[in-house]
Design a protein around this ligand. Sequence first.
Ligand code: PLP
Length: 399
Amino acid sequence: MAILWRDAIAQHHVNLRAQGLWRERSLMSASQGGKSSINGQELVNFSSNDYLGLSQNPALVERGQQALAAYGVGSGASHLVCGHHSLHHQLEHSLAEFVGAERALLFSSGYMANLALAHALCNKGDLLLMDKLNHASLIDSAKLSGAIFKRYAHADTGHAERVMQNASFDRCLIASDGVFSMDGDIAPIEQLAGLSKANSGLLLIDDAHGFGVLGSEGRGALNCRGLSPSGDILLMATLGKAFGGYGAFVAGDEIFIDHLIQTARTYIYTTALPPLLSACALEALSIVKDGALQDKLSQNISHFKAVAHERKLSLMPSLTAIQPIVIGSNQAASSISQALRDSGFYVSAIRPPTVPKNTARLRVTLSASHSFEQIDALLSCLSMNLNVLAPTRIGLLDE
Ligand SMILES: *Cc1c(COP(=O)(O)O)cnc(C)c1O
């Protein structure tokens, strides 16, 4: 007898709850100075990807308001119909110049940009080779593309090479996060570029978490490694993280960008971003280039790592604003997250399938908006709660 939809779904929910995997949203209102009002409680927010605090920056707000007054709320159509506003065009030029690419193309989000890329670029006989820990949007893009899809062990270029040698394919596209979103480490970009080049491949770097913060004036992870999105390298970056707004872009040689305009389905069949978001991104770009906020963020990262070390909290090998503390059990991670919340800090617990099984973690993200005092207070509260709620983890740490 057929199981009813509702029964099957309800059973799935029971299982999720039993495994500590039930997901809930927190209700946000105003944010300022590293603090957010979350579920009606004023908390220091250590979960946002707003690494430079630009989402609340007065200059961005003002530029957005001017554009709103001048151009209205929406773009009214897709880019190819009549939604490609002069502000979008200007932003594409500025972004391309900034990252050292011939061209850039705006997308409505990073998820949509990634979804389109593999599908637009790859044919059935091509190989898509990806890091095991790549973002879900890249994994989904591989499935959608119909290409041969293989993954290599995290950051293991030797393994990537062996996987490639054992596969038969026409052309190869290697795709990797620039900064891994749940671990905070930077991909072995130079080695991947070498491997790609040696096999006449294309390399795609998803720099959602590096763009705006790493490299010279925030040009991102490629720049950090002396590379730029040109030749056989493509860059995807979002405007929703360090840039404080919303949207994304792909940068690379003209031929690839032209090809995306012709073929990228999430570019062609969706409404263009509101022009005001391009105005905000242009303002963000000028602030990012100034470099002062990246300096403050770097100081906060160094301070966090030094104080965590003093407190014998072992961290992952991350030099970026993403500083996760692996707990292991889903329930313990959730309990510590809740205890931190009760003490005035918002640090979300990240659980499978976002991260591998038994590696549930507290994903601390730092921002230029945080003060040393806020960071010290978090680490004090964190050590205390780890001692009580995850004592075995503490044992692991002291090795
Ligand atoms: C956030 C993120 C995306 C998606 O970007 P959005 O603009 O938020 O859709 C893609 N890749 C990585 C690595 C990300 O962290």
